[in-house]
Structures are given as C-alpha cells and as structure tokens.
Design a protein around this ligand. Structure first.
Ligand SMILES: [Cu+2]
Length: 182
C-alpha cells in the first residue's frame, strides 16, 4: 500500500497551489487569482443578475472569449455599461425579464456600471488562463490540477492592487501567501 502511494506521488503530472490572500492583517475575500501559461482559456457562458439594485455576483472571473449575460430580475429598469478595451459598451435600458449579453474577447478588468443607479457596480475579470479562481471569505483558494511547470501567478483585488509572482509546480502542493497590503 505504501509503495503504491509513493508511486502515484512520483508519477502524478500535476499538483495544487493553495493561496491565502491578506489585506492588512485580515483575510482578503474575492481576490481573483489566475495562472498565466497554464493552458488555453476555455470560454463559457456566465450570468451577472441585476437583483435588488445590485449586480450578483459583484465580482466575476471568466476565461477570455466568454459570454456574460446580464438579466434584469428587478421591477425597475436597469442599464449596463462599461469601458472595455478603451471602448465603451452600453447595453441600454431594459426592464425585468429581459437580458442582454457581452462577449469578452480580450483579457482585462472590466468595471461594469448602471447609469440609473450609481451605487451599482461589478467587475468582470477576463483572464487568458484555464486555471483561475477567487478567494473565499477566509481569503483562501486552491487551484487544483495544475500541470507541473513554471508560471506567473497573478492576482487582482478591487482596491486596484495587482500582484504577479513566479511559481514553479513540482511534486509537492504549493502554499502561497499574497499580501495585498501590509
Ligand atoms: Cu440599475
């Protein structure tokens, strides 16, 4: 049994990266983390609802090429607009039950707003990566099934902080602490 475990360990082609993000001395939630160079992005379909005059989820990470729809689930009209790649997109005003969508074909951080309600704000973080995630309320995230190799580990927080650190994945799982601010 012990022999088998050792063999599996030796021949595994991937490992994991556990990230803990802190802001000051507190855990930092909703930090978007991704690996550059670990596979091509696999685009998908995502949803950001407009409910109770809020975008939900407020922060979304998607691989490049993904389409995000913005259904209005409120009784009031909402609008969705943003600057994206120095180009403004504006989905206009639309009522409950309607949805409009945007395809994000280039990486970057998109700040999404509603011109009816100035308090409404969301971020779509578009990443050129197949391996990405977001820290939980404890500031933690584990990226699983990372192929062995060297990458750039990138992180983004809505305060504007960006972090880029080299990381090399070998046999053993890796633990990384990202200090967004001391
Ligand atoms: Cu609105």
């Amino acid at each position: 049994m012990i022999t088998t475990l050792i063999a599996l360990h030796t021949f595994s082609k991937s490992s994991s990266i556990s990230v803990t993000a802190t802001l000051g001395k507190k855990p930092a939630a909703n930090v978007v983390v991704w690996l550059l160079g670990a596979g091509k992005p696999n685009p998908g379909r995502f949803v950001i609802s407009q409910k109770n005059k809020k975008f939900d989820p407020r922060i979304l990470v998607v691989p490049t090429g993904s389409t995000v729809s913005f259904p209005n689930r409120d009784e009031v009209f909402h609008n969705v607009f943003a600057e994206y790649n120095a180009k403004k997109f504006d989905l206009g005003m639309y009522p409950k039950g309607q949805s409009r969508e945007v395809t994000f074909d280039k990486s970057g951080v998109v700040s999404v707003l509603c011109n009816v309600h100035s308090s409404m704000s969301a971020f779509v973080v578009v990443v050129d990566s197949a391996i990405y995630g977001m820290t939980n309320s404890k500031g933690m995230l584990t990226l699983e099934d990372v192929p062995k190799g060297s990458y750039d580990l990138l992180a983004w927080h809505e305060s504007g902080v960006k972090i880029s650190e080299p990381v090399t994945v070998a046999d053993a799982p890796i633990k990384k602490t990202l200090q967004l601010k001391k």
